[in-house]
Design a protein around this ligand. Structure first.
Ligand SMILES: NC(=O)c1ccc[n+]([C@@H]2O[C@H](COP(=O)([O-])OP(=O)(O)OC[C@H]3O[C@@H](n4cnc5c(N)ncnc54)[C@H](OP(=O)(O)O)[C@@H]3O)[C@@H](O)[C@H]2O)c1
Length: 287
């Protein structure tokens, strides 16, 4: 005769089963994904990197790669490429989230941006697809200066952007990853939008000064026209929408700080000056 397992035991068994299934980390070698993957690994959670160089390879442009990447996956960290602001991003993200949910993926944690229509549409698409979603809605990453498109400018000693004196509460990717991992592994984050920023807003000229202080090398801010910035992006092979995105999200609408790190983790976020000192200590700005 078959007997039913007690409810509490069934719940424990479900959780154990969930925790032995890998977390798919899309962009798992990128600025936030790499940090999410490292933290999950340290917690003993199996991780599968979702990227074109992953095993199996995963590409946002090739839906034929999606099912294999999602097979057997328990939870998902969803970081889209190249940016949620590009046309068609929310449709692609929605389609991927629905495929994930259909294949039994439970939690979906979406990396999103602030004050931008494409990001909001992607958030809605994930919320519609998944029963257990969390949004990590971020300000401008501090690591853009050390691991991304602003690094060559820092190395050249000139930060040339069309952003005037607008202030931005730069957020550290370590904080983003901590919040994402809390949402993937902890309780109480389902249906939450964690709006994460650094603890204070500063202008790009002030950020350049802080980088200068940390490195001992002068990095100056220079004002660029939007046209010259668009041409520079094109020269680096970046989509033109990134230039448009700058004009939208760096018009002052995102200058206020938000308390997502405190809300999700019960601690304050990392300050830009601490980021600058830590990045300088890695030698990335003095190769
Ligand atoms: N930067 C910001 O300030 C900011 C602020 C708010 C929100 N966001 C959002 O953050 C997201 C980017 O996150 P991130 O900065 O952590 O990523 P990232 O550093 O740009 O990530 C690069 C990763 O994506 C993979 N990748 C690149 N192209 C791919 C493709 N076509 N298909 C599949 N994988 C691909 C790369 O691996 P392979 O090369 O092996 O494929 C690598 O693992 C964007 O959606 C953006 O909207 C950014």
């Amino acid at each position: 005769m078959e007997t039913e397992a007690p409810a509490a035991l069934t719940e424990d068994m479900r959780k154990t089963n969930q925790n032995t299934r890998p977390v798919l980390v899309t962009g798992g070698t990128g600025k936030t994904g790499r940090r999410v993957a490292e933290r999950l690994h340290d917690l003993g959670r199996p991780v599968r990197v979702g990227s074109r160089s992953g095993t199996p390879p995963f590409s946002w442009e090739d839906p034929a790669t999606w099912e294999a990447a999602l097979q057997g996956v328990g939870d998902l960290y969803l970081s889209y490429q190249p940016d949620l602001a590009v046309p068609g991003a929310s449709e692609t993200v929605g389609r991927f989230a629905r495929t994930a949910a259909d294949l039994g993926v439970r939690r979906i944690v979406l990396l999103s941006g602030r004050g931008e229509e494409g990001a909001l549409a992607a958030e809605r698409a994930v919320a519609e697809a998944s029963a257990e979603w969390t949004v990590v809605r971020c300000s401008f990453f501090a690591q853009n200066f050390s691991e991304s498109f602003l690094l060559p400018q820092v190395l050249a000693g000139e930060l040339a952007l069309p952003v005037g004196g607008v202030e931005e509460p730069f957020v550290d990717a370590d904080d983003i990853a901590d919040v994402a991992v809390a949402a993937l592994t902890g309780e109480g984050h389902a249906g939450a939008i964690h709006e994460v920023t650094g603890p204070r807003a500063l202008s790009f000229a002030e950020a350049a000064e802080e980088v200068s202080d940390a490195t001992g090398r002068t990095v100056r801010y220079t004002e660029l026209t939007h046209e010259a910035f668009a041409a520079a992006l094109e020269g680096e092979g970046l989509p033109p929408e990134i230039g448009d995105l700058f004009a939208v999200v760096l018009d002052g609408r995102n200058a206020r700080t938000a308390d997502g790190v405190q809300e999700a983790l019960g601690r304050t976020p990392k300050d830009f000056s601490v980021f600058a000192r830590q990045a300088a200590a890695t030698g990335v700005w003095n190769p």
